[in-house]
Design a protein around this ligand. Structure first.
Ligand SMILES: Cc1cc2nc3c(=O)[nH]c(=O)nc-3n(C[C@H](O)[C@H](O)[C@H](O)COP(=O)(O)O)c2cc1C
Length: 185
């Protein structure tokens, strides 16, 4: 099963359009991070405070959907040469999860999954999303995640990305791969 964490603030934008191509015919669920409340991380690494009851938000629910899946898609527009803040809030909270005893083998379980990062930007994203790609590579390295790939689309206004023939070709090929995977389960 595929879980997609959708980080765009537009539900009819470029990210959604290529995501629909990618997920067509697959066994998936999409979590729109704009509809969730994920609180900011609290850095308790160097204190005795247990973070288990510090938050009253949707993080655990979203994380469960991630843990239940074998393939994770992070879909984000390029916002100021980075991922959207809603997706970053989720990833920041891993710092707490890494230390929480009730999150059994968090790092090990996360490392077993396949990850696809989908980025759409308006201004030459192949070049200008490179810092974000490097950021994800460091995140994956830290988490011992080795099975990952990137899809980068170009588009500013909604539907622009449909003119990016290269990314559409790649998304369709990846969709066939994901559909094959869904059948094998
Ligand atoms: C807050 C904000 C910041 C943005 N920053 C960038 C940027 O740094 N680089 C870029 O190429 N496009 C940037 N854009 C443009 C979006 O990445 C582009 O319009 C993209 O298609 C939006 O994805 P969506 O259609 O899925 O919402 C920004 C847009 C917003 C709203």
């Amino acid at each position: 099963m595929i879980t997609c964490l959708f980080g765009s603030s537009r539900n009819n934008g470029n990210s959604k359009m290529i995501l629909d191509y990618l997920l067509y015919g697959t066994d998936h669920q999409v979590i729109n991070l704009y509809d969730t409340n994920i609180e900011k991380v609290i850095d308790n690494r160097h204190s005795d405070v247990d973070s288990m009851h510090l938050h009253h938000d949707d993080y655990s629910k979203v994380l469960k959907n991630v843990m239940d899946a074998d393939t994770i898609i992070f879909s984000t527009p390029l916002y100021w040469y980075s991922m959207s803040a809603s997706l970053k809030l989720f990833i920041d909270r891993w710092t707490e999860s890494l230390r929480e005893e009730h999150r059994n083998n968090f790092k090990e379980e996360m490392s077993k999954k396949r990850y696809i990062v989908m980025i759409v930007g308006g201004d030459n994203p192949i070049i200008k999303s490179q810092p974000l790609i490097d950021q994800f590579k460091y995140i994956f390295e830290f988490m011992n995640i080795t099975d990952y790939s990137f899809l980068i689309g170009e588009g500013e206004a909604p539907s622009d990305v449909l003119k990016d023939e290269d990314v559409i070709k790649k998304v369709k090929a990846l969709n066939l791969d994901l559909r094959g995977m869904s059948k094998n389960v």
